[in-house]
Design a protein. Structure first.
Length: 415
């Protein structure tokens, strides 16, 4: 049995959590493969909001096992805090012992570097994600499995600070108190030990036993470290290929790929965003969509659906179909825009160039509708909403398989 994959095709915050939660009711295992607690999924079940940052959205299915893979950078502190929302997770949650840790000094490094960048700041969440991934690539990071021997791990951390003293002096960061650090690491060891596992071997065995597996990404394609709007990106591979490296799977282990996109676009942090709307309509999108970050609370930048970027993302990920989220947020707009091309260096183009910040969106306008909120059948949608979905299919060259018409799990049209 191969694994199915959910991936964001915009700048993150597309509503992946709702779709994973909806689909997870049919899966045995749900896996998270990259990112850290800078991600945030808000799921609404029977009117109750649940915010997840590290734990896969399948946790709301009592029969599903949830995996945090080796490609995720894990803040033990954040994970333990998140786990407190649930009564008992033993046997339902496993964390790769190969996943790298985010320790408190990573957050200090993150915030100090953002401050030094000034007007050139990336706009990170300050959660230490980038520094943890940097240490991983520099081969000086620390994996969760190292908690088995706290004394040796402590020696490595002290050595790390000694060898980077010049950098830490500039950033005004000091070595944590040794006794406090040791107590902290011992607490992590005690509380996380039941959950640490060789998750790659676990998933391989599950595939051989024909278990149904769902893979869940964080952030979105346009924030991919290689294929996004660099340097204003996250520090991991958010695209479908990242699921292979982040969990230990081969491309042949992946079956269906579902891309998640909002019916409009949002972005958090700095960087190019061609369809950003600075008018009252952009503010209306923000207000009606409640566009404030799950993790940071920051207002999201809002704009119209970018079909050029979406088509690029669908091709990168090999999307079999799209799920269009938050169609109801467009309720009440007289006219709705879609970016169908870019103007770039005096020419009209239909691809994403190296310097996306230098494009001007080319829009087509479509008739709006009064309300689609809560509709659960495609045939009951207003004709203008049906046409909007069809245009997205044509422009992205990808079939739309689901449409969300409210935050609630049940308000989802299956095409």
């Amino acid at each position: 049995m191969k694994a199915d994959l959910i991936v964001g095709i915009q700048w993150g915050d597309e509503g992946k959590g709702k779709i994973v939660d909806l689909l997870a009711q049919k899966y045995d295992i749900v896996c998270r493969y990259q990112g850290g607690h800078n991600a945030g999924h808000t799921i609404v079940v029977e009117g109750k909001k649940i915010a997840l940052h590290l734990i896969p959205s399948g946790i709301l299915n009592p029969d599903a096992v949830n995996i945090i893979g080796n490609g995720v950078v894990v803040s033990p502190e954040a994970l333990l805090k998140e786990m407190k929302q649930f009564d008992s997770l033993e046997g339902r949650l496993y964390v790769s012992d190969k996943a790298h840790m985010i320790l408190k000094y990573h957050e200090l490094i993150d915030k100090a570097k953002e401050k030094l960048r000034g007007k050139n700041a990336i706009g990170t969440t300050g959660r230490g994600i980038g520094p943890a991934y940097s240490d991983k690539i520099s081969r000086v990071g620390h994996r969760l499995g190292e908690l088995k021997d706290v004394d040796t791990l402590l020696e490595k951390i002290v050595s790390y600070f000694d060898s980077n003293r010049a950098i830490f002096d500039v950033l005004e960061i000091k070595l944590p108190d040794i006794d406090e650090l040791k107590n902290e690491l011992c607490e992590y060891k005690e509380k996380l030990a039941p959950y640490l596992a060789d998750t790659t071997e676990y998933i391989w065995e599950a595939i051989e036993n024909n278990k149904r597996i769902l893979l869940e990404g964080a952030q979105g394609t346009m924030l991919d470290i290689d294929h996004g709007t660099y340097p204003y990106v996250t520090s991991s591979n958010t695209i479908a290929a990242g699921a292979c490296t982040g969990l230990g799977l081969s491309p042949r282990d992946i079956a269906k790929v579902t891309g998640i996109a909002k019916a409009y676009c949002t972005r958090v942090g700095n960087g190019p965003f061609p369809t950003e709307d600075f008018t009252d309509e952009g503010q209306k999108l923000r207000d009606q969509g409640h566009e404030y970050g799950t993790t940071t609370g920051r207002p999201r930048r809002c704009g119209w659906f970018d079909a050029v970027a979406a088509r690029y993302a669908c091709r990168l990920n090999g999307c079999d179909e799209l799920s269009i989220m938050k169609l109801d947020v467009l309720d009440g707009f007289d006219k709705i825009k879609i970016c169908v091309a870019y103007e770039y260096k005096g020419e009209k183009i239909d691809y994403v160039p190296f310097d996306l910040e230098n494009v001007t969106p080319v829009y087509e306008e479509f008739e709006g509708w009064k309300s689609v909120e809560g509709i659960r059948k495609f045939e009951e949608l207003p004709e203008s909403a049906k046409r909007y979905i069809k245009v997205i299919e044509d422009l992205t060259k990808t079939k739309v398989g689901m449409v969300s018409t409210s935050p609630d799990r049940e308000d989802t049209i299956i095409m």
